[in-house]
Design a protein around this ligand. Structure first.
Ligand code: FEO
Ligand code: CA
Ligand code: CA
Ligand code: CA
Length: 693
């Protein structure tokens, strides 16, 4: 029997977000029990009594607002009920700062919140679409034809729902770059006219499989503008749900990763649900496989008793089969191929400079619903990778490699460096801090200390040692969440992107929201790092880490939400002068060391579109938050890339609203008229000047 967790139009008071997004992107995680039901003791337990008292107050006091609690995993900011794509002008939803404060790198007039079906940028800035879903990527790709899509065409064209985006320089080619972009998930209703929910055709399924993965596209700049134009260059490549990957590390070649099609357990077809990512100092790209579980179904019963804990902890079998790929490929049917799912959930690495190279899945770094990963190199050359597991009450991890970077750019150096994530120690974070009261910001903000607890060490010869009692090394690599439970890791409010600031080495993590925080007896309450009951707007965590060591200190840079509300905190900056921000998702840094944050869920909180914000980190203006752009109706903001020449954002799922489909789109971005919306990457630049100058 299959689990059927389908929830129809009634959102059960959980969210104002598009149900379509919940269904296809994260398998309705916001509408069911969260996966972390472990009773591991962590510091929040100390304050549970206070928490539950706080919870009662908050829920009663929240009234209608509680019905707008932000949605669950990998949420989008889509409007749940309105179908009216705000027409051009106005639509400003209030919430602009009372005064425009400038700062180095952030000299622009903050964009006001709005519900416009367009990318809205500050005065003096220009924009252009770089590439859209369906645009040609590799030679021989046909032009996009919405009404006649084929898998053969799609696997040569730019994929759907672009997320992580990065520009890499190309040696010997000034003003040319490799644009590398994740394509996270698909929504059949918006991609195909006549799509039958729950019963896709084989052509539709295979187009969707080809629309997943990553795209590598050469782009050419032009003098005097930030515009980028795709080129059918020699590096261009599509990686899809069928591209062969090498699985490495302690999970590879085990009973749990062997399948009928791959008896050796080390050659996996495809990558899916690629959310965020990062660029390595050796020029490759890493990408996180996030909500992969809702691509697998067929049974709710694990084939072995020993798998029950792992399946429960990762929500396997709990998700609907939203993509229905099992109709045409047995490997997505858990009743026929129960191990295929164990070959997803990794940090994957691709070498965009070699289009023939085989991408790698690294299991020494653990397996989770991984947002992405980003690397910091210490002064002694040690390589540390930070990553988050983006589900409610999941953990933050780091991996300290035992290998150093081999200098040089040749194939041998890259091959050696692509082993860096295969050897070293994986840790999980435990936070400590004073007790807090729900919604009451302590004098001087929230802060504390923490410890990295070792889980798994993988050695150069491939052997691995577990640091978790009762768990063999391969199990730690495969069911890393369970290992985190056993050592008492801290349950966080959905760790999204986490990235070191190259200027200061401090680590920044977006904790996007958690509508289940502190709402039920016996469930995790608030703590200093996750200080709000039914957290709908999220917070921005700043970690000062002893990178290769096991201790750290931390504080909350932002506690997001309405600046006028008592429970928000903007780094100590005057809250009347900031742009309001909610549901932080992806982070990056500019040349001055300012933090830039893209959001996913603003519509849930403020009934305005998602956006991109710059935040001052150091000095008297710390906490100054300014909105640089907003994305079109129903979209979330991904990417982002911020340089002095241009800003790039990936506009994901424009017009993805419940009442919209391919026949009745609720957005017409980017092509206007009556066109279907197309997820696209956009470049924004300052006319005659540097970004933020
Ligand atoms: Fe795909 Fe964690 O958002
Ligand atoms: Ca998100
Ligand atoms: Ca996102
Ligand atoms: Ca994300």
């Amino acid at each position: 029997m299959r689990l059927n967790l389908r929830l129809l139009a009634d959102h059960d008071g959980k969210s104002a977000r598009s149900h379509t997004t919940c269904k296809y992107k994260c398998g309705n995680q916001c509408f069911r029990e969260h996966d972390n039901q472990s009773d591991n003791e962590y510091f929040g337990d100390i304050t549970r009594r206070t928490v539950l008292r706080g919870a009662g107050i908050a829920v009663i006091g929240a009234g209608a607002a509680s019905a707008l609690a932000a949605c669950g995993d990998s949420g989008s900011g889509s409007a749940g009920s309105s179908s009216s794509a705000a027409s051009g002008a106005a639509g400003a939803a209030g919430g602009a700062p009372s005064e425009n404060v400038n700062a180095p790198g952030l000299n622009f007039q903050a964009v006001a919140p709005n519900k416009t079906d367009a990318v809205t940028v500050p005065e003096g800035y220009e924009q252009a679409v770089v590439i859209r879903w369906g645009d040609p990527v590799v030679p021989g790709a046909p032009e996009f034809d919405f009404d006649n899509q084929t898998p053969e065409a799609q696997e040569k064209q730019f994929g759907y729902n672009n997320d992580f985006t990065e520009l890499l320089p190309i040696d010997g080619k000034p003003n040319a770059f490799l644009l590398v972009c994740n394509q996270e998930y698909t929504t059949g209703e918006h991609m195909f006219k006549g799509y039958k929910e729950g019963d896709p055709t084989e052509n539709q399924v295979r187009v969707e499989m080809a629309a997943h993965g990553l795209s590598v596209v050469e782009v050419k700049g032009e003098n005097g503008s930030g515009k980028l134009t795709p080129v059918l260059g020699e590096y261009n490549r599509r990686i899809t749900a069928t591209t062969p990957f090498e699985l490495r590390g302690p999970a590879a070649g085990t009973f749990f990763t062997k399948t009928a099609a791959d008896p050796a357990g080390n050659r996996v077809l495809g990558t899916i649900a690629n959310c965020s990512g990062g660029v390595t100092p050796w020029g490759t790209v890493i990408s996180g496989e996030e909500n992969y579980t809702n691509y697998f179904s067929g049974t709710e019963k694990p084939p072995l008793d020993g798998l029950a804990e792992g399946w429960k902890r990762y929500g396997v079998g709990k998700d609907e089969d939203n993509h229905h790929w099992m109709k045409f490929e047995d490997r997505f049917d858990l009743s026929k191929e129960p191990n295929e799912i164990n070959r997803f959930g990794y940090l994957v690495e691709i070498n965009p400079h070699d289009p023939k190279s085989t991408p790698v899945k690294h299991s020494a770094v653990g397996r989770m619903k991984r947002e992405g990963g980003n690397i910091f190199v210490t002064q002694t050359g040690d390589v540390v990778t930070y990553c988050g597991d983006d589900s409610k009450f999941e953990y933050i991890y780091k991996f300290v490699s035992s290998r150093k970077i081999q200098q040089g750019k040749g194939a041998a150096a890259t091959e050696a460096n692509m082993r860096i994530l295969d050897e070293g120690t994986l840790y999980v974070a435990k936070f400590e801090g004073a007790a807090v009261e729900n919604g009451k910001v302590p004098e001087g903000g929230y802060k504390g200390t923490g410890t990295w607890i070792p889980l798994l060490t993988t050695k150069a010869d491939g052997s691995a040692e577990s640091h978790v009692d009762g768990m063999p090394a391969e199990n730690v690599a495969l069911w890393t969440r369970v290992a985190g439970d056993k050592v008492g890791a801290t349950k966080m409010d959905r760790p999204e992107d986490i990235q070191p600031n190259p200027k200061t080495g401090k680590i920044y993590c977006a904790l996007t929201n958690n509508s289940d925080r502190g709402v039920k007896e016996g469930q995790p309450g608030i703590d200093t790092a996750n200080p709000r009951v039914k957290n709908k707007s999220g917070q921005l965590l700043e970690i000062t880490d002893d990178h290769t060591g096991t201790s750290f200190s931390w504080d909350l840079l932002l506690v997001c939400g309405d600046p006028a509300a008592a429970d928000t905190y903007y780094g100590g900056f005057d809250k009347t002068k900031v742009s309001r921000i909610s549901c932080p998702d992806n982070v990056t840094f500019d040349a001055q060391g300012n933090l830039w944050i893209s959001t996913d869920g603003t519509n849930d909180t403020f009934d305005s579109n998602d956006g991109l914000f710059g935040v001052v980190l150091e000095g008297k203006d710390r906490g100054l938050t300014k909105q640089f752009l907003t994305v079109p109706f129903g979209a979330e903001t991904c990417g982002p890339v911020v340089t002095e020449d241009r800003v790039l954002v990936a506009v994901q799922h424009p017009g993805e609203t419940d009442d919209a489909d391919a026949e009745k789109p609720s957005s017409h971005w980017p092509d206007g008229g009556s066109s279907e919306p197309r997820p696209s990457v956009v470049a924004v630049w300052k006319k005659g000047g540097k970004v933020g100058s």
